[in-house]
Design a protein around this ligand. Structure first.
Ligand code: FMN
Length: 130
C-alpha cells in the first residue's frame, strides 16, 4: 500500500472513475494519504463524485508516471472520524481554505477490497491487494 501511496503522490494527479447509473464518470484527483493503515482520499460531500460513491462504492483510479501506469480498483468507504479529517487536511494545507475537519462537507474515503496493478510496456504487471 505504501508503494501505491508513493506512486500517487509522485504522479501528483490521478483520474478517479465512478459509476453513475450506467454511465462511467471520471475526473482528476490529487489527494492520497495513508491514515491508520488505510489509503484515503478526500472530497466534498456536496460533489457529484461523492454522491456517486455513496450510491455505488465501486471505483477505479488511474495514474501515470515515468512509463508506468497504476490502476487501483476497489470500493471506497467513508471514515467520518474528526481525527481522520484533521490528518488529511494537515497533509494538504491548500484544502484548508475550502474545507475544515468540523464542516459538514469534508469527506474522507478509504479503499477497501482494493487491487492495485502497476503496468508498463516493458515488464509484467505487478499486483498489490489491500
Ligand atoms: C489536479 C487536480 C486535483 C484534484 N484533486 C481533487 C481531490 O483530491 N478531491 C476532490 O474532491 N476534487 C479534486 N479536484 C477537483 C475535482 O476534479 C472536481 O471538483 C470535479 O468536478 C469533481 O468531480 P464531479 O464533478 O464528478 O463531482 C482536483 C482537480 C484537479 C485539477
Amino acid at each position: 500500500m505504501e508503494r501505491v501511496e508513493k506512486f500517487l503522490k509522485e504522479a501528483d494527479t490521478y483520474f478517479l472513475a465512478t459509476v453513475d447509473g450506467d454511465q462511467p464518470r471520471v475526473r482528476p484527483f490529487g489527494t492520497a494519504h495513508i491514515i491508520d493503515g488505510k489509503l484515503c482520499i478526500q472530497t466534498g460531500r456536496s460533489k457529484d463524485v461523492a454522491q456517486q460513491i455513496f450510491a455505488n462504492p465501486k471505483v477505479e483510479l488511474c495514474a501515470f508516471k515515468d512509463g508506468t501506469w497504476l490502476r487501483v480498483a476497489g470500493e471506497l468507504a467513508e471514515d467520518n472520524r474528526l481525527e481522520t479529517k484533521k490528518a488529511m487536511l494537515a497533509v494538504y494545507p491548500s484544502l484548508q481554505s475550502m474545507y475544515s475537519a468540523e464542516d459538514e462537507n469534508t469527506c474522507v474515503l478509504y479503499f477497501k477490497n482494493a487491487t492495485a496493478t502497476f503496468s508498463s510496456f516493458t515488464s509484467a504487471p505487478e499486483v498489490v491487494t489491500f
